[in-house]
Each structure stands twice: as C-alpha cells, then as structure tokens.
Ligand binder design. Structure first.
Ligand code: G4P
Length: 529
C-alpha cells in the first residue's frame, strides 16, 4: 500500500491576466469530475479590472473562498489546486501561496509570450526551486512563432525549455500538435468546441509519409524541419533539472476548445512530484512519512462568511496525519492548541475534514491565533523556514479620517496585515501614521473598503513614491542608515529595519555605497516566541 501522500499532487497555476487560467482550471476540473458544466468557474470573471466588481465579489466571499484551494480526484490521484489570483487584486498572499505548492503550471498566451505578472510569480517559484510546467495557450488564434516563444521563456525567465508537444500551425491554420515523445499527432478540429473527437494518429516518426497525407505536404514539411531543429539544437530531457526548476517541459494547446488539455493533464500527473521533504528552521528535513504531524499556515482569510465573521487559516500539511480535534503545538505562541474545526474545499463546497495527509490543504477555523508562516506540529515545538515576506511595490501613508476610530483602525489594519493583504511599516517619530506597502495597487482600494466595512473606520492613503523595500542587515539604528543616504528607513511589524527606495537607481547606489551591509529582498523569518 503506498503511503497516502504518494498520491497527492499539490500545485498552483501562474499566469498573466487573460492568458487563460480560469479556462484551463475549469477544464482541469471538468476532467477531474469536480464540476460537470463549463462555466462553473465563471463567477471569478467579475474580478477583472473594475474595482467595483471586485468589491461586489468581496460581498460574496464564498466565491473567493472556494477558489483559494480546490480539490479533485483524477486517475486515482488527489489533486490540490492552489489559487494564485493573477488579476489586479494580486497581493502578497499570491506569492505566499506558492510556498505551499510542489509544482506550478505556467500559462502563456501564445500571441503574447511572457508578460510582467508571469515574471513576478515565476521569480518566486525560482526562489523556492519549484518545478514548472509550461502550457502555451490559445493556439487556435494567430500565435507567435513557437521558437520565439520558447526562446523568450529561456531569455526572460532564465530557465531552459523542453517542448514535449509542438504546434502544427496556429490560428486558422492550426492543425494540432505533434507529441515528440509518443510520436503522435493530436488533431485539432475547428468548430468542435469540446474537441471531443480527440483524434490521435500514431505515426512511425517524422519520416512517416502518413504525415503528408494527414497534414498536407507543406505543413508536414514545416513540422519536420522544426522538430529536427529542436532535436538538434534543443535541450535534452533531465528529470533532476526539471525537479530543481531549471528545465521546463512545454505543451501547446487551446484551453477554450479543450484541445491538448487531457493529454496535458495525463502527462502532468507524472511530472508533478508528490509532496517531498521540507526544510525546518534548523536546516533539518521533515519527511512526509514522519509520524509526527506538521503543517504551516500560508494564508489567512478573515470574514469569509460575513454572517459569522469567521477567520480561516489555510495550512499545508507537511508530515504525519491530520485528525479533526487533534492537539498540536503552536510554535510562535509556544503553547498547545486544539484544532477544532477544519474544512476542505471541493469545487463548490466546503466540507468538514476529519483526516488529511501531507500535500493536503486544510482550512482551520481560527479564533485569532494564526498568522501567515505559523507552524503547528505534534511531538513538541518545530518551525518551518517556509514563508518569506516579499518586497511590496507600492507604498502609502495611512490617514485616518475619523480620529475617534483609532482603535478600530488598529484592529482592522493588523488583522489585514496578518492576512497578508498589506505590510505595515512605521517611520521612527511618526508611529501614529503607519505606512502601508502592497504588491498590487488595487489593494489600497480593497483596504480602504474593508477597513470601513468590516471595522467601521474611514481611511485614505496618501501615495508615497517608493517602489522597493529591502530588509537591512548591518546598521543598528534608523539614524545610522539614514546617515548613509538611504532615502527612507522604517521598521516592519517585527521591528526589523527596512530601507525604502524610489527606483532601481537609488537602490543600486545604496548597495554600492554600503558594501558591508546586506539588503535582503525578503523579511527575515521570525523564529517564534
Ligand atoms: P485568466 O483567468 O487567465 O484571466 O483568463 P481567462 O481564462 O478568463 O481567459 C481570458 C479570455 O481568453 C477569455 O475570453 C477566454 O475565453 C479566452 N481564452 C482562454 N483560453 C483560450 C483559448 O485557448 N483560445 C481562445 N481563442 N481564447 C481563449 P473573454 O472574451 O475575455 O471571456 P469570455 O467572454 O470568453 O468568457
């Protein structure tokens, strides 16, 4: 009997808005049998662009909850799909969610290639060394040259690529893909929206004359040329490099027409690794088969159900077995707690969970004891070195419009900081007017809205010109750092010194001028109380 974690596959999908994440997710859920109808994931659409839409969605928190993590069963595997919002509501917890995944699917729009948001998310995957599988989408539309696309992946993202399938034409001339490993042509049928015909034609190799008949001499000739070029000049497949995040297998397809999705999912099943070892804060390895239960919190979401004002902490299990009602050690608080209510999330429903295994995500009912990065375990204290805080990209000074509401504001803003919606900083001497840092600008609107709606305090943000934060190691005090021409020095919630810069130039100058200091891109992990 394999250990339960061996059939868990925990992954995330990263993409730039509009590349097709919702569409592909929906198709994966359809194949997985978790939903039965296309359009079920549609509700998330309203997130796009307009602030007001987003807030509408906020009112129905149920929707964003179910999309935080989705579970489905396919081919005997339990899949846990973590949601990483890719729209304007992109926030710190998007990054953090990736710390809970064992693999990521990167979707690119074949007409656009690598776009800015893909880059940011990709950077986080690289930092963690998560393997990445690339799906180049929308081949049914005119696309860029596939060589250009793979070259761009290599140049911009600094990762080598290995196309497993290769497109035969694009747009009106799209005929399907050639599977290099299985020597198969998968035929695309225009006007068959579900591509239910799933025609696969085995060929004996690229020399097979059947290819000419199937595709026409011109397209077959082009395919031969291109694939030969790939065989000659491309990368060799290497499992170890893939698992280390240095080599990405590439698939081409069209999520909207379901073309290439099922073969992708089948292959993904063998590519996506099962839960592996995780480093703990002492540098030791925690293995999924350890008897000792351990998990870390990567996302906290408050007020998911407005009528209950509840708060859910999403925890990723790393070892042992989770059992409802179990007692665990909470590392940061340094005490035992009981995990009373826990839930798991199927496509559209929440279900109480009584047991779960490494790789699974459980939503823990949180009476206010959890923060992002917390570790819980049985068998005494332990802590994972797992959830860094990244540099925000927009900063604003928080102005309270009704001074009588300072208490509510404090409560609200700290709550939202714990959720990872915002990072709080204080400037020495101006402790009453915190500085907020966010990853996506829309978070300011979200914060203004939520602080008022959920905590009854009206606020405003005065934009500040900073774009980078670096955690300083070297100077002892803010004055010392300011004396060295650092434009702004603040403290984070844990009292660490943080330097703020307006642009790359300022940042690079400070790094050059203070060679003996270290400018960390992520916040130091707090070793717990
Ligand atoms: P996102 O979650 O990454 O933001 O992307 P989403 O799946 O919402 O897709 C963005 C748009 O691209 C949608 O069109 C979707 O139908 C379309 N799309 C996704 N995959 C494909 C594909 O393989 N081929 C083609 N031609 N289009 C694709 P929309 O017009 O914005 O929305 P809708 O009205 O179709 O829902």
């Amino acid at each position: 009997m394999p250990a339960p974690h061996e059939n868990r596959r925990t992954f995330a999908i990263i993409s730039h808005p509009d590349a097709g994440k919702t569409t592909l997710t929906e198709k994966l859920l359809l194949y997985g049998g978790a939903i039965h109808m296309a359009g079920a994931v549609k509700s998330r659409k309203s997130k796009r662009s307009a602030t007001s839409d987003w807030m509408e969605l906020e009112k129905q928190r149920g929707i964003s909850v179910t999309s935080s993590v989705l579970q489905f069963t396919y081919d005997g595997y339990r899949w846990n799909l973590l949601d990483t919002p890719g729209h304007n509501d992109f926030s710190e917890d998007t990054y953090r969610t990736l710390t809970a995944a064992d693999c990521a699917i990167m979707i690119l729009d074949a007409a656009k290639g690598v776009e800015p948001q893909t880059r940011k998310l990709f950077h986080v995957c690289r930092m963690r060394g998560i393997p990445i599988v690339t799906f180049i989408n929308k081949l049914d539309r005119p696309a860029r040259d596939p060589f250009d696309l793979t070259a761009q992946v290599e140049e911009v993202l600094g990762i080598q690529s290995y196309p497993i399938t290769w497109p035969i034409g694009s747009g009106d001339l799209f005929q399907g893909v050639y599977d290099r490993n299985q020597q198969k042509v998968l035929r695309f049928h225009k006007g068959d929206p579900g591509n239910q015909k799933k025609v696969e034609v085995d060929v004996s190799g690229l020399d097979d004359p059947a290819l000419d008949e199937l595709l026409g001499a011109e397209a077959a000739g082009e395919l031969r040329e291109q694939v030969e070029l790939l065989e000659g000049a491309g990368e060799e497949w290497d499992d170890a490099r893939f698992l280390a995040g240095d080599l990405t297998p590439v698939f081409f397809g069209s999520a909207l027409t379901s073309f290439g999705v099922e073969p992708f999912l089948q292959r993904f099943e063998t590519l996506c690794p099962p839960p592996g070892d995780r480093k703990d804060a002492d540098g030791g390895a925690v293995t999924p088969t350890d008897d000792r239960f351990s998990a870390f919190v990567f996302k906290v979401q408050a007020n998911m159900d407005p009528s209950h004002r509840d708060r859910i902490a999403f925890a990723r299990i790393c070892s042992g077995k989770f059992e409802g009602g179990m007692r665990v050690h909470h590392f940061r608080l340094g005490k035992e707690i009981r995990l009373n209510r826990a839930e798991q999330f199927f496509a559209q429903e929440r279900e109480t969970v009584m047991e779960a295994f490494p790789g699974d995500i459980v939503g823990l009912y949180d009476p206010g004891v959890f923060r992002i990065g917390d570790t819980i375990s049985t068998g005494g204290p332990m802590s994972f070195d797992a959830v860094p805080r990244f540099s925000p990209e927009h900063f604003g000074r928080l102005v309270l419009l009704d001074p009588l509401k300072r208490k509510q504001l404090q409560k609200g803003i700290h709550q939202l900081a714990e959720e990872g919606t915002v990072q709080l900083f204080t400037e020495p001497g101006r402790e009453k007017d915190p500085i907020c840092g966010v990853v996506g600008r829309l978070q300011f609107d979200v914060l203004t809205f939520r602080v008022e709606k959920e905590y009854g305090a009206k606020i405003r943000f005065d934009p500040m010109p900073y774009a980078h934060a670096r955690w300083l190691e070297g100077p002892e005090t803010a004055e010392q750092a300011l004396a060295m021409r650092i434009p702004m020095v603040v403290h984070d919630v844990d009292g660490n010194l943080v330097a703020l810069f307006q642009n790359d130039w300022e940042l690079e100058r400070s790094i050059r001028d203070n060679a003996e200091w270290t400018f960390h891109e992520t916040a130091p992990i707090r070793a717990g109380a």
